[in-house]
Design a protein around this ligand. Sequence first.
Ligand SMILES: *Cc1c(COP(=O)(O)O)cnc(C)c1O
Length: 494
Amino acid sequence: MKYQSTRDLSEKKFSAAQIIKQGLADDGGLFVPESIPTLTQDEISALCSMSYPERAATILSKYLSDYTYDELLSDCKTVYSEEGFPGGAAPLKNVKDNVYSLELWHGPTAAFKDMALQIMPRLLSRALTKTGEDRTALILVATSGDTGKAALEGYKDVDKIKIMVFYPVDGVSRVQKLQMATQTGSNVNVCAIKGNFDDAQTGVKVIFSDKDAAEKMNNAGYFFSSANSINWGRLAPQIVYYVSAYCDLLTAGKIKMGDKINVCVPTGNFGNIFAAYLSKLMGLPINKFICASNQNNVLTDFLCTGTYNRNRDFHCTMSPSMDILISSNLERLLYFSAGAEKTAAYMKQLNTEGKYTVDADVLATISENFKGYYADEEKTAATIKDYFKNHAYLSDTHTAVALSCAEQYISETGDKTPMVVASTASPYKFAADVLKSITGTTPTDALKALEILSEISGTEISYPLRNLAERRVRFTNTIEHEDMLSEVFAFVEK
Ligand SMILES: *Cc1c(COP(=O)(O)O)cnc(C)c1O
């Protein structure tokens, strides 16, 4: 299986190991497989009796053909273990009628990013060996909170890799700060910077484009790399849980082989929902994809009108991981719907004008599969309360956006197809807002909110968020953002 760029007409091909190491194509495009592997009904049947690590290795080996099945199975068993994901990696819960919650947050940081960021570092580590790379990869991450922690947990103690995370000192919650400051692992470093998230992100970008820094790193036996969500190594593992959910519905007797399901995904960068679409292209029987947005509803408008326009106000919502105006992975959908030439033109317009409009036939193709809905803050809070009071289900703010959108779709269309809603974070990760939505108030102490939520719901605090205050703080450094590069060198020389 070879890969090419979404913007490349010459169709230059790369191996999976190469693109996982490289991340972004040289022309600025995203890597996509040259063809989509198939998943037959016999194969789906066989997957039903397998464990999650076996399901994952089977699906991944279709895409990562330069990795052996045994390599993939060994890595999947290591990360999707009972220790890492107690109770299973992607359990499916029936929350009401035909609505199922696919809980993707039972991993080491209590958010769905773990599903990919646990396995991706191992895929990268193997890619370095496979491509004959003898330098160490130094992963740099600027984070507004969740991605940084998930990346730290994924990369910690992985061979041939070091990771350094920068976060804005006043730009993350107390829980997030504690999670990062207490990070374990011998190859990790965490540093707060004075400034906001943009300062951190700009600082990392400046380092990535600094030729002198790259040269010095090279001499020290290192090269810079990113943990970005546009890397194929983060996308491929996300296909697995949609197939797994279908198997679980079959096994539970809720559907028969070949029956269709709908999938609803709380969307930011369009990675998670695109992975679901790939499972359909492979052969998984999926009817519609409900693309759920919060108040930053640029995708809802795009799916409705065919115009993507990022020139609009940015809203800070209680589902911050979806506060995004440029959904990078949408480029992959454009490629599969319109081809490389048009995709390159649309992306150029997005870059220069901040907007583009797809051709009518492209919009028609996309609309056959995707329906866009959004939930504002009020609807999101009301949904959390409704599911808690009337269906005994505690959902986080991002999942609530999706539950609301799924309901909007169902009441508009009357579609009775089983609906799988991707649940992307533990309610405890956003405890203050969840509690406020249910009771109308929240304590000023963020850690107290977790305890109260546990008491009123009778559920346990997710294991990564327990006893946070008692863990040993390892990283207390706060620096000026101008000093990020020297901090990086200090880390390497240590
Ligand atoms: C990242 C994230 C999302 C958005 O996923 P995309 O793949 O970027 O669309 C949704 N919910 C949570 C909790 C997240 O962390």
